[in-house]
Structures are given as structure tokens and as C-alpha cells.
Write a protein that binds this ligand. Structure first.
Ligand SMILES: [Zn+2]
Ligand SMILES: [Zn+2]
Length: 89
């Protein structure tokens, strides 16, 4: 019987899954620091205008744009050397 067979497979899977979950190594250890997905530029990845060129329109509309260096003014370490202290590159 086909349905019985798949039922057996399901029950075997549900028994095996918790074991797999326990054996899986932790992917990330808490380091104590705030978990921030920063990009190679030291900016929050989702907010980085260099990783997400499409964001430029958003920053430009807010008046937060450095035309000289083609990135958000608030992310431009060339114009705001203090940003380097925050790890912005
Ligand atoms: Zn970036
Ligand atoms: Zn700049």
C-alpha cells in the first residue's frame, strides 16, 4: 500500500530529525557583540549604498548623499573621517 509506505517514511524521518538537529554544529557562536551583518565596507549590509547601488535613490531623496564619492554622506569616511572609528571603510 502506497499510503502506508509513505507513512512509515514520515515516521522514520520525524524520529531521525531531532538527532540530526542535535548533531548539527552551531553555525555561529555569540561573541557578546551585537549581531550586525556588516559588509566589507563596515556598514550594515542592508544599508550599504556601495553594496546596494539601488539605495542611492533613497539616500539622495533624504539629502544624505556624497556625489563626489558616490555613496551616502553618512557612510562616506572620506568626508567624515570620524566614521573610521565605527569601522566604516
Ligand atoms: Zn558594502
Ligand atoms: Zn565623500
Amino acid at each position: 500500500m502506497r499510503s502506508f509506505r509513505s507513512l512509515v517514511v514520515l515516521s522514520v524521518l520525524s524520529m531521525a530529525l531531532p538527532v540530526l538537529a542535535e548533531e548539527a554544529p552551531p553555525t555561529s557562536k555569540p561573541t557578546g557583540e551585537a549581531p550586525k551583518p556588516t559588509c566589507e565596507h563596515g556598514v550594515h549590509k542592508a544599508l550599504c549604498t556601495r553594496c546596494n547601488p539601488k539605495l542611492s535613490a533613497v539616500y539622495k531623496s533624504k539629502g544624505d548623499w556624497c556625489a563626489e564619492h558616490e555613496r551616502a554622506e553618512s557612510q562616506c569616511v572620506l568626508c567624515n573621517p570620524k566614521l573610521a572609528e565605527k569601522g566604516v571603510k
